[in-house]
Write a protein that binds this ligand. Structure first.
Ligand code: CP
Length: 334
């Protein structure tokens, strides 16, 4: 049985399979490849793109999606092994995952990082509890560690703009925000771009390093795919000659030792990292701009960048549909 909860489930070869299928089906839509199939979607957190794109994939493929919002008409779910369940979480994933598996053909789960602790995010407790206890294929709709569907949509956007991604210079730049955000999206862009053979440059202020396990995994993918990964604290240096600029806010490497007020001050200290047209002018002339959305305009990214003809953020969101159709087909093809 196949699952996709991290890019490791695909590796560089699997990433190619998903991207090639997604691109082919974007050009020529397949028939009802999900006829009579049911996808159960369990949301612990809000969503616009993920929820709509998965529902659209299922309906257009001849199947149906059932959406469950945890804690809103659905029992709050416990993930901790051995938990004494004397608080508000009325059902354990140990029962919920196998019960849902009796009703649907596939499960999707969205569960953000609970406290943005890198070590805890590596454990990825909620998605891995579902992975242990589900008896049907499972797809991550974003968990603590990764957002693989987003990473694949990002890579598809690079592929359709540049034809090939081998040695393509791309920059993942940290961007400011009003609060620390999880690292699942930057982790997934780094992993997928490295697996696709890109020359990935990661730029962030000191103290905002991505998790060491993710960096090591990206390094291995780059080695296997002929790509590379470099890190810098100088945004200008990373942007020079880049063909794609991917902006994303994320929190400090660890919150240990930072009081909440300190973290806010740390985030505010780097407001100059917000991508502007001036920053984009350092990239290649044909450089495109990417962001996973939602985006806080004029905090995280300037209007002039999002509204410029080089922005591909809407295409990138559409590509969630195309990669997810390919992913669900792959999950059911084992
Ligand atoms: N990019 C993304 O996953 O968007 P949503 O949070 O709206 O699903």
């Amino acid at each position: 049985m196949r699952h996709l909860t991290r890019i490791q489930d695909l590796g560089p070869e699997g990433v190619e399979t998903i991207l090639a299928q997604a691109l082919a089906w974007k050009r020529q839509a397949p028939g009802p490849i999900l006829q009579n199939r049911l996808l159960g979607m369990v949301f612990f957190n809000p969503s616009l793109r993920t929820r709509t794109s998965f529902e659209a994939v299922m309906l257009r493929g001849g199947g149906h999606a059932i959406v469950l919002d945890v804690g809103n008409g659905v029992w709050k779910l416990e993930d901790r092994p051995g938990a004494v369940m004397n608080e508000d979480r009325a059902e354990h994933i140990k029962e919920a995952a196998p019960v849902l598996s009796r009703f649907v053909d596939m499960l999707g789960v969205r569960s953000f990082s609970a406290n943005m602790n890198d070590e805890q995010d590596e454990v990825d407790p909620v998605i891995n509890a579902f992975r242990r206890h589900a008896t049907v294929p499972l797809v991550s709709m974003e968990s603590s560690r990764e957002h693989p569907c987003q990473g694949l949509a990002d890579a598809l956007t690079l592929r359709e703009n540049f034809g090939a991604t081998k040695k393509l210079p791309v920059t993942l730049t940290w961007a400011p925000h009003i609060k620390p955000l999880p690292k699942a999206v930057p982790n997934s862009f780094l992993l997928t771009a490295a697996a696709a053979g890109c020359e990935v440059r990661v730029a962030h202020p000191p103290g905002f390093e991505l998790p060491p396990q993710v960096r090591a995994e990206a390094e291995a993918y780059a080695k296997a795919s002929g790509g590379s990964v470099t890190y810098t604290h100088k945004q200008d240096e990373a942007l020079a000659g880049s063909r794609a600029v991917y902006a994303k806010a994320w929190g400090p490497a660890t919150r240990a030792g930072h009081a909440p007020g300190d973290v806010a001050a740390l985030m505010a200290a780097y407001s100059g990292w917000m991508p502007t047209r001036r920053a984009m002018s350092r990239a290649a002339k044909d450089a495109i701009f990417l962001h996973c959305l939602p985006v806080r305009r004029n905090v995280e990214v300037a209007d002039e960048v999002l509204d410029h003809s080089s922005s591909r953020v809407i295409d990138e969101a559409e590509n969630r549909f195309h990669v997810q159709r390919s992913i669900l087909h792959w999950l059911l093809s084992a």
